[in-house]
Ligand binder design. Sequence first.
Ligand code: SF4
Length: 82
Amino acid sequence: MNQHIHCIINNCHYWEKGNKCSANEILVASDAFGTNQPDSFDATMAKQLTPTAADSCMATCCKTFVPKNSDKINSDNITKMS
Ligand code: SF4
């Protein structure tokens, strides 16, 4: 699949110029999941996670977000694409 993820969150470790996400995979989740689960729960665990519904885009979040220069960059086991 030749997928492009566009993102405008420019303080994320995975954000690149042109508003592109360079993460090799991401996890979009409900805000509740994002709030309650640790950083280690991310895209690499997607097949194990129970899907949930959301009422609108405002109730979803990118669980893969990590602030640039954060000490938590490696906690999600996600890598940047080359
Ligand atoms: S990981 Fe999420 S927040 Fe970060 S650049 Fe990619 S889509 Fe945006």
